[in-house]
Design a protein around this ligand. Structure first.
Ligand code: G4P
Length: 288
């Protein structure tokens, strides 16, 4: 199936990032803690490869703590990276970002003269605006007198010692595989109109049943989980009154219900990927 995941202005955003990253000291890369790899743009890694970075696993409050622990270990192995789990909605969890930025730049000659300059990057819906707002409020400033920066860059003063630069234009996910697209769609980071909702639900249910069977049983008061994803949707629809006239199950409504509850954290703290799992990339099995 050919899916048009994102519009064509990715190339422009890529160019801007490539140009502007030369002017900053570090990158702050925001990922969704529930799907860190699916929410990572592989192109971005290439463009900013030599840059030190803070990898933020955001929405930690919704993610499975066991999976997040594994992901932190995974990302901490990357050279020049500090990985932190945060929740942009919880200001306290963001207090470790500035010290981490300073730690990455420790020993630089300019450190006692100016704040650390960080470029913040993340695909849509990952929580970038929430994070900037929590760290810098409305302390927004242009870059007019900062040589080298393109005019449309935004600068934010994030308290003592850290300036955050935000790129205009959107950084879109670049998928090597459908798996990432489905994961992002399941969590509502890609519009529900791009893929049929039933396909998203049927893709996600086997993983939920494998990793989160007790959470599902508890939430939907099941003794045993339905045998396959289609039965899962039908039983859920029956239980929750998703019925069309004539008495048939409204499968689409049942799928929406499941995904909404997943996104809102109602089933529990759930992550849809972990390091070491197998997934199909361009038709071949690969390890995450
Ligand atoms: P973006 O700039 O990267 O596109 O993302 P944005 O900050 O707009 O966040 C996207 C959605 O994710 C928002 O919800 C926001 O509240 C939510 N969000 C961001 N960070 C966190 C977090 O750490 N934990 C949780 N639970 N949610 C987070 P929304 O429903 O789209 O908007 P709203 O209801 O907040 O208005």
């Amino acid at each position: 199936m050919q899916v048009q995941w994102f519009p064509g202005h990715m190339t422009k955003a890529g160019r801007q990032i490539k140009e502007n990253q030369k002017k900053v000291d570090i990158i702050i890369e925001i990922l969704d803690a529930r799907v860190p790899l699916s929410s990572r743009n592989p192109l971005l890694r290439k463009i900013t490869a030599h840059k030190k970075r803070i990898i933020l696993l955001n929405k930690d409050d919704l993610a499975d703590p066991r999976a997040t622990k594994q992901w932190l270990e995974y990302f901490r192995k990357e050279e020049g990276a500090i990985a932190l789990a945060v929740s942009a909605q919880n200001k306290k969890s963001l207090s470790r970002i500035t010290p981490a930025a300073k730690q990455l730049c420790a020993g630089a000659r300019w450190m006692d003269r100016r704040p650390v300059r960080a470029m913040i990057l993340g695909i849509p819906n990952v929580g970038k605006s929430t994070l900037i707002n929590a760290m810098a409020g409305n302390k927004k400033a242009g870059v007019a007198n900062m040589p080298g920066f393109t005019k449309d860059m935004q600068r934010y003063e994030a308290g003592k010692g850290l300036q955050i630069f935000d790129t205009p234009g959107m950084l879109w996910p670049k998928f090597e595989d459908m798996h990432s697209g489905f994961n992002l769609a399941a969590l509502g980071s890609i519009k529900d109109t791009i893929l049929p909702i039933e396909r998203i639900a049927l893709f996600t249910i086997p993983y939920l049943c494998l990793r989160y069977s007790s959470e599902l049983k508890k939430r939907y008061k099941w003794e045993e989980l339905p045998e396959d994803p289609v039965l899962f949707v039908e039983e859920l629809g029956r239980k929750r009154g998703c019925i069309v006239s004539g008495g048939a199950i409204d499968r689409e409504k049942a799928c929406y219900l499941l995904l909404r509850e997943l996104r809102d954290g109602k089933i529990g703290r759930i992550s849809l990927e972990r390091p070491g799992e197998e997934r199909k990339v361009n038709g071949d099995e690969k390890e995450l």
